[in-house]
Write a protein that binds this ligand. Structure first.
Ligand SMILES: NC(=O)C1=CN([C@@H]2O[C@H](COP(=O)(O)OP(=O)(O)OC[C@H]3O[C@@H](n4cnc5c(N)ncnc54)[C@H](OP(=O)(O)O)[C@@H]3O)[C@@H](O)[C@H]2O)C=CC1
Ligand SMILES: CC(C)CCC[C@@H](C)[C@H]1CC[C@H]2C3=C(CC[C@]12C)[C@@]1(C)CCC(=O)[C@@H](C)[C@@H]1CC3
Length: 342
């Protein structure tokens, strides 16, 4: 079984199309927070791949309760997971620093600026219902809890399984602090959460390779999806689209379409896990002539700090689970009280 949170649109949906084209016998499980959109995605996939096996699962990866419920359903449905694609990601209230953009445009750093958006983007985060920073909870922590819950299906003797993170070249060491893993104090929660997912992937490989679990990290490049349409108005993107296609001549990171962006995710599906570099980020790239390819680049990560992050996430998981139990016990007591006074 290949389990994919979250694939209602964008890169995730394009990946499903590509996986089904590769192997019609696959059993896909689309884990989405909005079941109407999930149904639409499933119908689209079945239209182009009649007879494909596509299951749906309700999952809001930004809520620990939803992750725990979804994991129970997965455990009751499947005996084993071969691939777990961790694709859900948000970038709420993005702000582009226009001055920095024009300054960067005339600097030597211009290609790097277009590839990584370094120094260009900030976001405004908020707390979610678990009391966690929303970007951290969605882009990292929910996925972490999901992996922990699905460990019995991922780590089975005689089988290897794979976890694939959709990270970003916007992930930057300087945006992340091990003393503030949720990025409560900064203005770059997206960059911080993606750097944390890179670290977590390294930590997973250090801990779990021996049990047959292999983790990889991907950057899809700059792709036009709901996420990017949230950065600038779509009319503006339409206006600058010819320039974007022109920029593609100078940087291969402007993959632009979800199909191209899914290149590295698809490529990883075809590789033997033992042949992969646990410390590499695999980039989807598109040449000026429109050829897609995948290229690994070493990540700027220190293994010991990655282990510390893993321990901190374990601690946080305990705290959140305890709070959830207390909340559920309170709710049950309240329900009992209501039924008694009826
Ligand atoms: N587009 C780009 O240029 C780049 C994107 N990425 C990463 O690629 C991934 C996919 O993004 P992309 O396809 O671009 O954008 P989309 O917004 O199209 O896709 C994001 C997906 O994540 C889902 N999602 C968001 N929050 C939750 C949640 N709480 N629970 C479950 N699902 C959730 C969305 O579901 P719903 O449909 O319900 O909103 C949607 O299906 C993200 O991780 C993003 O950070 C990385 C680098 C560049
Ligand atoms: C104001 C202007 C005339 C043009 C502004 C262009 C910027 C909005 C883009 C330039 C580089 C882009 C980029 C991303 C978003 C849009 C830009 C900042 C990402 C951060 C999107 C999400 C990712 O994860 C990254 C890989 C992208 C990197 C490049």
């Amino acid at each position: 079984c290949v389990c994919l949170p979250s694939v209602c649109s964008g890169i995730g949906l394009a990946l499903c199309e590509r996986l089904l084209t590769e192997d019609t016998q696959l059993r896909l499980c689309l884990a989405c927070r909005n079941m109407q959109r999930a149904e639409a995605a499933r119908s689209a996939l079945l239209t182009s791949h009649t007879g494909a096996h596509v299951d749906l699962l309700q999952l809001d990866v930004g809520s620990v309760e939803s992750v725990l419920d979804a994991a129970e359903v997965v455990k009751s449905r499947y005996n084993r997971i071969d691939f777990l694609y961790l694709n859900a990601g948000i970038m709420p209230n993005p702000q582009v620093d226009i001055r920095a953009f024009f300054k960067g445009l005339f600097s030597r750093n211009v290609i790097n600026m277009f590839a990584t958006a370094e120094g260009l983007l900030t976001q405004q985060d908020r707390l979610n219902s678990d009391g966690l920073q929303e970007v951290f909870a969605t882009n990292l922590f929910g996925h972490f809890v999901l992996i922990r819950e699905l460990e019995p299906l991922l780590c089975q003797t005689g089988h290897t399984s794979r976890v694939v993170w959709t990270s970003s070249s916007n992930a930057r060491r300087s945006a992340f602090s091990i003393d503030d893993i949720q990025h409560r104090k900064g203005t770059e929660p997206y960059s911080s959460s993606k750097y944390a997912s890179d670290m977590l992937s390294v930590a997973l490989n250090r801990r779990m390779n021996g049990q047959g679990l292999f983790s990889s990290v991907v950057c899809p490049g700059l792709v036009m999806t709901n996420l990017t349409y949230g950065i600038l108005p779509s009319s503006f993107w339409t206006l600058i689209m010819p320039i974007m296609w022109l920029i593609r001549i100078f940087t291969n990171t402007f993959t632009l379409t979800p199909y191209n962006g899914a290149e590295a995710l698809h490529w990883l599906f075809l590789q033997k896990p033992e042949s992969l570099d646990p410390r590499a980020k695999y980039h989807s790239l598109t040449s000026g002539l429109g050829t897609n390819y995948t290229k690994p680049r070493q990540m700027d990560i220190d293994g010991e700090t990655a282990d510390v992050l893993f321990s901190k996430l374990l601690e946080l998981e305990k705290v959140v689970r305890r709070k959830l139990c207390e909340r559920n016990a309170d709710n049950e007591a309240h329900q009992r009280y209501l039924s008694e006074i009826e």
